[in-house]
Design a binder for this molecule. Structure first.
Ligand code: FAD
Length: 447
Protein backbone atom coordinates (compact mmCIF):
# COMPACT_ATOMS: atom_id res chain seq x y z
CA UNK A 1 0.00 0.00 0.00
CA UNK A 2 1.30 3.42 -0.94
CA UNK A 3 1.57 5.24 2.39
CA UNK A 4 2.22 8.56 0.61
CA UNK A 5 -1.16 8.34 -1.14
CA UNK A 6 -2.90 7.51 2.13
CA UNK A 7 -1.26 10.52 3.74
CA UNK A 8 -2.87 12.86 1.16
CA UNK A 9 -6.29 12.62 2.84
CA UNK A 10 -7.47 12.40 6.44
CA UNK A 11 -7.71 8.86 7.75
CA UNK A 12 -10.21 6.75 9.61
CA UNK A 13 -7.80 4.15 10.97
CA UNK A 14 -9.06 0.80 12.23
CA UNK A 15 -6.36 -1.00 14.23
CA UNK A 16 -6.94 -4.73 13.78
CA UNK A 17 -8.69 -6.68 11.01
CA UNK A 18 -10.31 -9.33 13.19
CA UNK A 19 -14.03 -9.77 13.84
CA UNK A 20 -14.58 -6.24 15.15
CA UNK A 21 -12.24 -4.32 12.85
CA UNK A 22 -13.40 -6.06 9.66
CA UNK A 23 -17.08 -5.53 10.52
CA UNK A 24 -16.36 -1.87 11.25
CA UNK A 25 -14.51 -1.37 7.94
CA UNK A 26 -17.19 -3.17 5.89
CA UNK A 27 -19.98 -1.16 7.50
CA UNK A 28 -18.09 2.09 6.89
CA UNK A 29 -17.74 1.06 3.25
CA UNK A 30 -21.52 0.48 3.02
CA UNK A 31 -22.15 3.90 4.57
CA UNK A 32 -19.60 5.50 2.22
CA UNK A 33 -21.42 4.05 -0.80
CA UNK A 34 -24.73 5.45 0.47
CA UNK A 35 -23.21 8.86 1.40
CA UNK A 36 -20.14 9.35 -0.84
CA UNK A 37 -19.92 13.10 -0.19
CA UNK A 38 -19.37 12.54 3.56
CA UNK A 39 -16.21 10.52 2.80
CA UNK A 40 -14.68 12.48 -0.08
CA UNK A 41 -11.87 13.82 2.14
CA UNK A 42 -11.44 10.63 4.18
CA UNK A 43 -9.68 7.29 3.69
CA UNK A 44 -10.93 4.15 5.41
CA UNK A 45 -7.72 2.37 6.46
CA UNK A 46 -7.60 -1.13 7.92
CA UNK A 47 -4.32 -2.02 9.67
CA UNK A 48 -3.15 -5.44 10.82
CA UNK A 49 0.14 -7.19 11.46
CA UNK A 50 -1.25 -10.28 9.73
CA UNK A 51 -2.39 -10.28 6.11
CA UNK A 52 -5.41 -12.48 6.80
CA UNK A 53 -8.59 -12.48 8.87
CA UNK A 54 -8.60 -15.44 11.26
CA UNK A 55 -11.79 -17.42 11.86
CA UNK A 56 -10.95 -18.54 15.42
CA UNK A 57 -14.01 -20.81 15.97
CA UNK A 58 -12.46 -23.38 13.59
CA UNK A 59 -8.96 -23.30 15.10
CA UNK A 60 -9.63 -26.49 17.03
CA UNK A 61 -10.24 -28.21 13.67
CA UNK A 62 -6.81 -27.09 12.46
CA UNK A 63 -5.23 -28.47 15.64
CA UNK A 64 -6.79 -31.87 15.09
CA UNK A 65 -7.34 -32.52 11.40
CA UNK A 66 -6.14 -35.89 10.16
CA UNK A 67 -6.18 -34.84 6.51
CA UNK A 68 -2.91 -36.01 4.91
CA UNK A 69 -2.82 -33.11 2.50
CA UNK A 70 -3.21 -30.54 5.27
CA UNK A 71 0.03 -28.63 4.74
CA UNK A 72 0.29 -25.37 6.71
CA UNK A 73 -0.75 -23.36 3.64
CA UNK A 74 -3.91 -25.41 3.11
CA UNK A 75 -4.71 -25.06 6.82
CA UNK A 76 -4.18 -21.31 6.64
CA UNK A 77 -6.58 -21.09 3.71
CA UNK A 78 -9.17 -23.04 5.69
CA UNK A 79 -9.46 -20.51 8.53
CA UNK A 80 -7.86 -17.37 7.13
CA UNK A 81 -9.39 -15.02 4.61
CA UNK A 82 -6.79 -12.82 2.88
CA UNK A 83 -7.46 -9.20 3.85
CA UNK A 84 -6.92 -8.43 0.15
CA UNK A 85 -10.17 -10.33 -0.50
CA UNK A 86 -11.97 -8.30 2.17
CA UNK A 87 -10.93 -4.95 0.71
CA UNK A 88 -11.25 -6.01 -2.96
CA UNK A 89 -13.83 -3.94 -4.85
CA UNK A 90 -14.06 -1.44 -1.97
CA UNK A 91 -12.44 1.90 -1.14
CA UNK A 92 -10.93 0.38 2.04
CA UNK A 93 -7.13 0.56 2.09
CA UNK A 94 -5.16 -2.15 3.88
CA UNK A 95 -1.82 -1.49 5.54
CA UNK A 96 0.06 -4.49 6.91
CA UNK A 97 2.31 -3.73 9.86
CA UNK A 98 2.82 -4.12 13.57
CA UNK A 99 1.64 -1.02 15.44
CA UNK A 100 3.98 -0.18 18.28
CA UNK A 101 2.73 3.20 19.52
CA UNK A 102 -0.36 5.37 19.38
CA UNK A 103 0.22 9.05 20.07
CA UNK A 104 -3.24 10.26 21.07
CA UNK A 105 -2.06 13.84 21.55
CA UNK A 106 -0.54 14.12 18.06
CA UNK A 107 -3.17 11.77 16.51
CA UNK A 108 -0.54 9.46 14.99
CA UNK A 109 0.15 5.74 14.95
CA UNK A 110 3.66 4.32 14.61
CA UNK A 111 4.63 1.04 13.01
CA UNK A 112 7.54 -1.21 13.95
CA UNK A 113 9.40 -0.23 10.77
CA UNK A 114 9.24 3.47 11.68
CA UNK A 115 6.32 4.40 9.40
CA UNK A 116 3.93 6.92 10.93
CA UNK A 117 0.32 7.53 9.89
CA UNK A 118 -1.91 10.29 11.19
CA UNK A 119 -5.60 9.80 11.87
CA UNK A 120 -8.76 11.82 12.21
CA UNK A 121 -10.76 8.91 13.66
CA UNK A 122 -9.24 5.86 15.36
CA UNK A 123 -10.75 2.49 16.28
CA UNK A 124 -8.88 0.14 18.63
CA UNK A 125 -9.78 -3.41 17.51
CA UNK A 126 -6.57 -5.25 18.42
CA UNK A 127 -8.26 -8.11 20.28
CA UNK A 128 -6.70 -10.15 23.05
CA UNK A 129 -3.78 -12.42 23.91
CA UNK A 130 -3.45 -15.42 26.24
CA UNK A 131 -2.96 -14.80 29.94
CA UNK A 132 -1.39 -17.37 32.25
CA UNK A 133 -2.33 -15.67 35.55
CA UNK A 134 1.30 -15.90 36.64
CA UNK A 135 1.02 -19.67 37.26
CA UNK A 136 4.61 -20.94 37.30
CA UNK A 137 5.57 -23.08 34.29
CA UNK A 138 2.36 -22.70 32.29
CA UNK A 139 3.61 -20.18 29.72
CA UNK A 140 6.83 -22.17 29.27
CA UNK A 141 5.28 -25.63 28.86
CA UNK A 142 1.75 -25.20 27.49
CA UNK A 143 0.64 -24.32 23.97
CA UNK A 144 -2.15 -21.75 24.10
CA UNK A 145 -4.78 -22.10 21.40
CA UNK A 146 -5.13 -18.53 20.17
CA UNK A 147 -3.48 -18.07 16.77
CA UNK A 148 -3.15 -20.17 13.64
CA UNK A 149 0.50 -20.94 14.45
CA UNK A 150 -0.60 -22.39 17.83
CA UNK A 151 -3.13 -24.71 16.18
CA UNK A 152 -0.57 -25.92 13.62
CA UNK A 153 1.93 -26.49 16.45
CA UNK A 154 -0.57 -28.51 18.50
CA UNK A 155 -1.32 -30.72 15.48
CA UNK A 156 2.39 -31.28 14.81
CA UNK A 157 3.11 -32.04 18.50
CA UNK A 158 0.28 -34.58 18.70
CA UNK A 159 1.66 -36.36 15.64
CA UNK A 160 5.26 -36.17 16.92
CA UNK A 161 4.37 -37.55 20.36
CA UNK A 162 2.07 -40.15 18.78
CA UNK A 163 4.93 -41.42 16.61
CA UNK A 164 7.11 -42.02 19.71
CA UNK A 165 4.46 -44.26 21.32
CA UNK A 166 4.31 -48.02 21.10
CA UNK A 167 0.95 -49.61 20.30
CA UNK A 168 -1.32 -49.96 23.36
CA UNK A 169 0.36 -46.95 25.05
CA UNK A 170 -1.58 -43.81 25.93
CA UNK A 171 -1.11 -40.27 24.67
CA UNK A 172 -1.59 -38.05 27.72
CA UNK A 173 -3.13 -34.65 27.07
CA UNK A 174 -3.93 -32.06 29.74
CA UNK A 175 -6.13 -29.11 28.79
CA UNK A 176 -6.09 -26.11 31.14
CA UNK A 177 -9.48 -24.37 31.09
CA UNK A 178 -12.96 -25.75 30.42
CA UNK A 179 -14.21 -22.89 28.26
CA UNK A 180 -15.42 -23.42 24.66
CA UNK A 181 -11.91 -23.52 23.14
CA UNK A 182 -10.70 -26.08 25.71
CA UNK A 183 -13.61 -28.45 25.34
CA UNK A 184 -13.69 -28.21 21.53
CA UNK A 185 -10.06 -29.20 21.15
CA UNK A 186 -10.17 -31.90 23.87
CA UNK A 187 -13.14 -33.66 22.25
CA UNK A 188 -11.81 -33.43 18.70
CA UNK A 189 -8.34 -34.72 19.64
CA UNK A 190 -9.84 -38.13 20.35
CA UNK A 191 -11.08 -38.37 16.76
CA UNK A 192 -7.64 -37.30 15.49
CA UNK A 193 -5.84 -40.04 17.45
CA UNK A 194 -8.38 -42.66 16.29
CA UNK A 195 -7.73 -41.61 12.71
CA UNK A 196 -3.98 -41.92 13.25
CA UNK A 197 -4.57 -45.41 14.68
CA UNK A 198 -6.50 -46.39 11.56
CA UNK A 199 -3.60 -45.27 9.39
CA UNK A 200 -0.78 -46.81 11.43
CA UNK A 201 -2.48 -49.93 12.79
CA UNK A 202 -1.42 -48.92 16.32
CA UNK A 203 -3.85 -48.83 19.21
CA UNK A 204 -2.86 -45.68 21.08
CA UNK A 205 -5.49 -44.44 23.51
CA UNK A 206 -6.15 -40.78 24.22
CA UNK A 207 -8.47 -39.44 26.95
CA UNK A 208 -7.63 -35.75 27.38
CA UNK A 209 -8.23 -34.37 30.84
CA UNK A 210 -9.76 -30.91 31.24
CA UNK A 211 -8.79 -29.03 34.43
CA UNK A 212 -11.04 -26.16 35.49
CA UNK A 213 -11.35 -24.34 38.80
CA UNK A 214 -15.13 -23.91 38.47
CA UNK A 215 -17.84 -26.32 39.55
CA UNK A 216 -18.38 -27.40 35.93
CA UNK A 217 -17.10 -26.73 32.41
CA UNK A 218 -18.43 -23.75 30.42
CA UNK A 219 -18.72 -21.31 33.34
CA UNK A 220 -21.33 -18.66 32.61
CA UNK A 221 -23.31 -20.81 30.14
CA UNK A 222 -26.90 -21.97 30.80
CA UNK A 223 -27.73 -25.34 32.42
CA UNK A 224 -28.88 -26.91 29.13
CA UNK A 225 -25.53 -26.21 27.46
CA UNK A 226 -23.45 -27.29 30.48
CA UNK A 227 -25.38 -30.55 30.94
CA UNK A 228 -25.30 -31.46 27.25
CA UNK A 229 -21.60 -30.58 26.89
CA UNK A 230 -20.62 -32.54 30.00
CA UNK A 231 -22.53 -35.64 28.85
CA UNK A 232 -21.04 -35.43 25.36
CA UNK A 233 -17.47 -34.94 26.63
CA UNK A 234 -17.74 -37.96 28.92
CA UNK A 235 -19.33 -40.09 26.19
CA UNK A 236 -16.48 -39.43 23.73
CA UNK A 237 -13.86 -40.17 26.40
CA UNK A 238 -12.77 -36.77 27.75
CA UNK A 239 -12.09 -36.68 31.50
CA UNK A 240 -13.22 -33.64 33.47
CA UNK A 241 -11.45 -32.42 36.58
CA UNK A 242 -13.51 -29.46 37.77
CA UNK A 243 -13.01 -27.75 41.13
CA UNK A 244 -9.22 -27.98 40.66
CA UNK A 245 -6.76 -25.25 39.80
CA UNK A 246 -3.34 -25.58 38.22
CA UNK A 247 -0.70 -24.77 40.86
CA UNK A 248 2.31 -25.07 38.56
CA UNK A 249 3.69 -27.09 35.67
CA UNK A 250 7.02 -28.47 34.58
CA UNK A 251 8.19 -30.32 31.47
CA UNK A 252 6.65 -33.60 32.66
CA UNK A 253 3.45 -32.83 34.56
CA UNK A 254 0.78 -30.32 35.45
CA UNK A 255 0.27 -30.08 39.23
CA UNK A 256 -3.27 -29.39 40.38
CA UNK A 257 -4.85 -28.73 43.76
CA UNK A 258 -8.46 -28.19 44.92
CA UNK A 259 -9.81 -24.73 44.05
CA UNK A 260 -10.04 -22.45 47.10
CA UNK A 261 -13.56 -22.31 48.61
CA UNK A 262 -15.70 -19.28 47.70
CA UNK A 263 -15.45 -16.39 50.19
CA UNK A 264 -17.88 -16.79 53.15
CA UNK A 265 -21.21 -14.96 53.09
CA UNK A 266 -21.25 -11.68 55.04
CA UNK A 267 -21.47 -12.37 58.79
CA UNK A 268 -20.51 -16.07 58.64
CA UNK A 269 -17.14 -17.42 59.81
CA UNK A 270 -14.47 -18.25 57.24
CA UNK A 271 -13.97 -22.05 56.84
CA UNK A 272 -10.72 -23.44 58.24
CA UNK A 273 -8.11 -23.65 55.49
CA UNK A 274 -6.86 -27.20 54.84
CA UNK A 275 -3.36 -27.54 53.39
CA UNK A 276 -4.04 -28.50 49.75
CA UNK A 277 -2.28 -31.63 48.51
CA UNK A 278 -1.09 -31.44 44.95
CA UNK A 279 -1.75 -34.09 42.36
CA UNK A 280 0.56 -34.53 39.36
CA UNK A 281 -1.03 -35.03 35.94
CA UNK A 282 1.75 -36.27 33.62
CA UNK A 283 1.36 -35.12 30.04
CA UNK A 284 2.68 -35.56 26.53
CA UNK A 285 0.90 -32.40 25.47
CA UNK A 286 -0.32 -29.52 27.63
CA UNK A 287 -2.84 -27.19 25.94
CA UNK A 288 -3.81 -23.89 27.54
CA UNK A 289 -7.27 -22.43 27.03
CA UNK A 290 -7.43 -20.83 30.46
CA UNK A 291 -8.00 -17.18 29.61
CA UNK A 292 -7.17 -14.05 27.67
CA UNK A 293 -6.39 -10.45 28.44
CA UNK A 294 -6.64 -7.39 26.22
CA UNK A 295 -3.86 -6.92 23.66
CA UNK A 296 -1.97 -3.74 24.26
CA UNK A 297 -0.32 -1.01 22.23
CA UNK A 298 1.34 1.72 24.34
CA UNK A 299 -0.66 4.95 24.21
CA UNK A 300 1.10 7.05 26.85
CA UNK A 301 -1.26 6.16 29.72
CA UNK A 302 -3.95 8.36 28.25
CA UNK A 303 -6.75 5.78 28.41
CA UNK A 304 -8.52 4.22 31.38
CA UNK A 305 -8.11 0.44 31.44
CA UNK A 306 -9.70 -2.12 33.76
CA UNK A 307 -7.80 -4.92 35.55
CA UNK A 308 -7.67 -7.22 32.48
CA UNK A 309 -6.21 -4.39 30.43
CA UNK A 310 -9.39 -3.61 28.47
CA UNK A 311 -9.95 0.01 27.45
CA UNK A 312 -13.01 1.44 29.17
CA UNK A 313 -15.53 3.05 26.86
CA UNK A 314 -18.64 5.14 27.29
CA UNK A 315 -22.04 3.98 26.01
CA UNK A 316 -21.15 5.11 22.47
CA UNK A 317 -17.93 3.02 22.51
CA UNK A 318 -15.73 6.14 22.78
CA UNK A 319 -12.59 5.48 24.87
CA UNK A 320 -12.46 7.05 28.32
CA UNK A 321 -9.43 9.32 28.87
CA UNK A 322 -7.46 9.23 32.13
CA UNK A 323 -7.33 13.00 32.58
CA UNK A 324 -9.55 15.94 31.96
CA UNK A 325 -8.44 16.12 28.34
CA UNK A 326 -11.65 14.82 26.82
CA UNK A 327 -10.59 16.06 23.38
CA UNK A 328 -7.97 13.31 23.24
CA UNK A 329 -10.54 10.55 22.89
CA UNK A 330 -13.37 12.44 21.22
CA UNK A 331 -12.80 10.54 17.96
CA UNK A 332 -11.19 7.41 19.42
CA UNK A 333 -13.23 4.23 19.83
CA UNK A 334 -12.58 0.71 21.16
CA UNK A 335 -14.41 -2.50 20.20
CA UNK A 336 -14.26 -6.24 20.76
CA UNK A 337 -11.90 -8.06 23.11
CA UNK A 338 -9.78 -4.96 23.75
CA UNK A 339 -12.79 -2.90 24.89
CA UNK A 340 -14.64 -2.84 28.18
CA UNK A 341 -18.20 -1.73 27.42
CA UNK A 342 -20.60 -2.05 30.34
CA UNK A 343 -24.05 -3.28 29.35
CA UNK A 344 -26.41 -0.71 30.93
CA UNK A 345 -29.04 -3.42 31.59
CA UNK A 346 -26.88 -6.03 33.30
CA UNK A 347 -24.20 -3.58 34.56
CA UNK A 348 -21.63 -6.15 33.43
CA UNK A 349 -18.83 -5.85 30.88
CA UNK A 350 -19.69 -7.43 27.53
CA UNK A 351 -18.05 -10.85 27.03
CA UNK A 352 -15.21 -11.32 24.55
CA UNK A 353 -16.95 -13.03 21.64
CA UNK A 354 -16.89 -12.69 17.89
CA UNK A 355 -20.55 -11.61 17.75
CA UNK A 356 -20.04 -8.84 20.31
CA UNK A 357 -16.91 -7.60 18.48
CA UNK A 358 -18.76 -7.52 15.14
CA UNK A 359 -21.84 -5.78 16.63
CA UNK A 360 -19.65 -3.15 18.30
CA UNK A 361 -17.69 -2.68 15.06
CA UNK A 362 -20.89 -1.93 13.14
CA UNK A 363 -22.09 0.47 15.86
CA UNK A 364 -18.79 2.40 15.77
CA UNK A 365 -18.96 2.71 11.97
CA UNK A 366 -22.33 4.46 12.37
CA UNK A 367 -20.96 6.68 15.13
CA UNK A 368 -18.01 7.74 12.96
CA UNK A 369 -20.51 8.70 10.26
CA UNK A 370 -22.53 10.62 12.85
CA UNK A 371 -19.38 12.49 13.89
CA UNK A 372 -18.46 13.29 10.26
CA UNK A 373 -21.96 14.72 9.76
CA UNK A 374 -21.71 16.70 13.01
CA UNK A 375 -24.57 14.71 14.53
CA UNK A 376 -24.75 13.27 18.09
CA UNK A 377 -23.33 9.85 18.90
CA UNK A 378 -25.72 6.89 19.18
CA UNK A 379 -25.42 4.66 22.27
CA UNK A 380 -24.64 1.00 21.50
CA UNK A 381 -27.52 -1.23 22.59
CA UNK A 382 -26.37 -4.85 23.02
CA UNK A 383 -28.82 -7.68 22.36
CA UNK A 384 -30.20 -9.47 25.42
CA UNK A 385 -28.32 -12.55 24.19
CA UNK A 386 -26.20 -13.45 21.19
CA UNK A 387 -26.49 -16.80 19.43
CA UNK A 388 -23.67 -19.28 20.03
CA UNK A 389 -22.59 -22.71 18.91
CA UNK A 390 -20.08 -24.99 20.63
CA UNK A 391 -18.83 -28.07 18.74
CA UNK A 392 -18.04 -31.03 21.01
CA UNK A 393 -16.31 -33.70 18.93
CA UNK A 394 -17.22 -34.99 15.46
CA UNK A 395 -20.42 -33.81 13.83
CA UNK A 396 -21.95 -32.69 17.14
CA UNK A 397 -22.49 -29.17 18.49
CA UNK A 398 -24.66 -27.38 21.03
CA UNK A 399 -26.34 -24.22 19.73
CA UNK A 400 -28.57 -21.45 21.02
CA UNK A 401 -30.42 -18.87 18.92
CA UNK A 402 -32.68 -16.64 21.02
CA UNK A 403 -34.83 -18.97 23.14
CA UNK A 404 -34.20 -21.97 20.84
CA UNK A 405 -31.59 -24.51 21.96
CA UNK A 406 -30.55 -27.60 20.06
CA UNK A 407 -27.70 -30.06 19.97
CA UNK A 408 -26.25 -32.90 17.93
CA UNK A 409 -25.95 -33.01 14.15
CA UNK A 410 -28.32 -30.03 13.69
CA UNK A 411 -26.01 -28.00 15.94
CA UNK A 412 -23.03 -29.02 13.81
CA UNK A 413 -24.87 -27.96 10.61
CA UNK A 414 -25.60 -24.63 12.30
CA UNK A 415 -21.88 -24.21 13.12
CA UNK A 416 -21.01 -24.70 9.43
CA UNK A 417 -23.64 -22.15 8.37
CA UNK A 418 -22.31 -19.63 10.92
CA UNK A 419 -18.84 -20.02 9.38
CA UNK A 420 -20.25 -19.44 5.89
CA UNK A 421 -22.12 -16.39 7.18
CA UNK A 422 -18.92 -14.84 8.62
CA UNK A 423 -16.89 -15.59 5.50
CA UNK A 424 -19.56 -13.96 3.33
CA UNK A 425 -20.16 -11.00 5.66
CA UNK A 426 -16.51 -9.90 5.47
CA UNK A 427 -15.97 -10.53 1.74
CA UNK A 428 -19.50 -10.15 0.25
CA UNK A 429 -18.27 -12.64 -2.35
CA UNK A 430 -20.19 -15.83 -3.19
CA UNK A 431 -16.84 -17.42 -4.08
CA UNK A 432 -16.46 -18.12 -0.35
CA UNK A 433 -18.94 -21.01 -0.77
CA UNK A 434 -16.29 -23.00 -2.66
CA UNK A 435 -13.71 -22.32 0.06
CA UNK A 436 -16.21 -23.23 2.82
CA UNK A 437 -17.11 -26.51 1.13
CA UNK A 438 -13.42 -27.42 0.75
CA UNK A 439 -12.87 -26.73 4.47
CA UNK A 440 -15.75 -29.00 5.44
CA UNK A 441 -14.18 -31.78 3.38
CA UNK A 442 -10.80 -31.32 5.16
CA UNK A 443 -12.26 -31.03 8.65
CA UNK A 444 -14.68 -33.95 8.53
CA UNK A 445 -11.95 -36.52 7.85
CA UNK A 446 -11.70 -37.30 11.59
CA UNK A 447 -15.45 -37.98 11.93
C1 FAD B 1 -9.70 -20.91 19.84
C2 FAD B 1 -10.76 -19.84 19.93
C3 FAD B 1 -12.07 -20.15 19.61
C4 FAD B 1 -13.06 -19.17 19.68
N1 FAD B 1 -14.35 -19.52 19.36
C5 FAD B 1 -15.31 -18.58 19.38
C6 FAD B 1 -16.65 -18.92 19.00
O1 FAD B 1 -16.95 -20.06 18.66
N2 FAD B 1 -17.59 -17.92 19.02
C7 FAD B 1 -17.28 -16.65 19.41
O2 FAD B 1 -18.15 -15.78 19.41
N3 FAD B 1 -16.02 -16.31 19.78
C8 FAD B 1 -15.03 -17.24 19.77
N4 FAD B 1 -13.76 -16.90 20.14
C9 FAD B 1 -13.50 -15.53 20.60
C10 FAD B 1 -13.31 -14.61 19.39
O3 FAD B 1 -12.29 -15.09 18.54
C11 FAD B 1 -12.92 -13.21 19.88
O4 FAD B 1 -13.84 -12.75 20.83
C12 FAD B 1 -12.88 -12.25 18.68
O5 FAD B 1 -11.85 -12.65 17.79
C13 FAD B 1 -12.66 -10.82 19.13
O6 FAD B 1 -12.64 -10.01 17.99
P1 FAD B 1 -11.67 -8.73 17.95
O7 FAD B 1 -11.96 -8.04 16.67
O8 FAD B 1 -11.80 -7.97 19.21
O9 FAD B 1 -10.20 -9.33 17.94
P2 FAD B 1 -9.50 -10.31 16.90
O10 FAD B 1 -10.50 -11.01 16.07
O11 FAD B 1 -8.54 -11.12 17.69
O12 FAD B 1 -8.68 -9.31 15.96
C14 FAD B 1 -7.62 -8.53 16.44
C15 FAD B 1 -6.69 -8.23 15.28
O13 FAD B 1 -5.75 -7.24 15.69
C16 FAD B 1 -4.48 -7.55 15.16
N5 FAD B 1 -3.46 -6.92 16.01
C17 FAD B 1 -3.29 -7.10 17.34
N6 FAD B 1 -2.27 -6.35 17.79
C18 FAD B 1 -1.78 -5.67 16.72
C19 FAD B 1 -0.72 -4.76 16.53
N7 FAD B 1 0.05 -4.35 17.54
N8 FAD B 1 -0.47 -4.30 15.28
C20 FAD B 1 -1.25 -4.70 14.22
N9 FAD B 1 -2.27 -5.56 14.35
C21 FAD B 1 -2.55 -6.04 15.58
C22 FAD B 1 -4.44 -9.08 15.19
O14 FAD B 1 -3.50 -9.58 14.25
C23 FAD B 1 -5.88 -9.45 14.85
O15 FAD B 1 -6.07 -9.68 13.47
C24 FAD B 1 -12.74 -17.86 20.07
C25 FAD B 1 -11.41 -17.52 20.37
C26 FAD B 1 -10.43 -18.51 20.29
C27 FAD B 1 -9.00 -18.13 20.60
Amino acid sequence: MDIQRIAQKKNIIILGAGFGGSACARTLEDIRRAHPSSFQDLNIVLVDKKNYYLYTPSLYEIATTAADDAAPLALKRAVGIPIEDIVARTAIKFVQGNITYVDLGEKKISFEDGTVLSYEYLVYAIGSEPTYFGIPGVKEHAIALKWLEDAIRIRAEVKRKYDTKLSEEALAVVVGGGGPAGIEVAAELIGYVKKLNQKTGKNISCSPIIVDGGAHVLAGFDDFTVTKATARLLSVGVRIKCGFVIAHADEKAVYVKPAPPPPPAAGSAAPQEQPATEEALPYDLFIWGGGVQAASVPSGDCLIKEKRGRIETNQCLVCTPTGENLEITKKVFAIGDVACFTDPKTKRAMPGTAQVAAAEGKAVAHNIHQAIEGKPQIPFVPKASYPFVIPVGGKYAIAKIGPVRFSGFSGWIFAQLVELYYFYSVTRDLGVIRRWWRDIKIFTRND
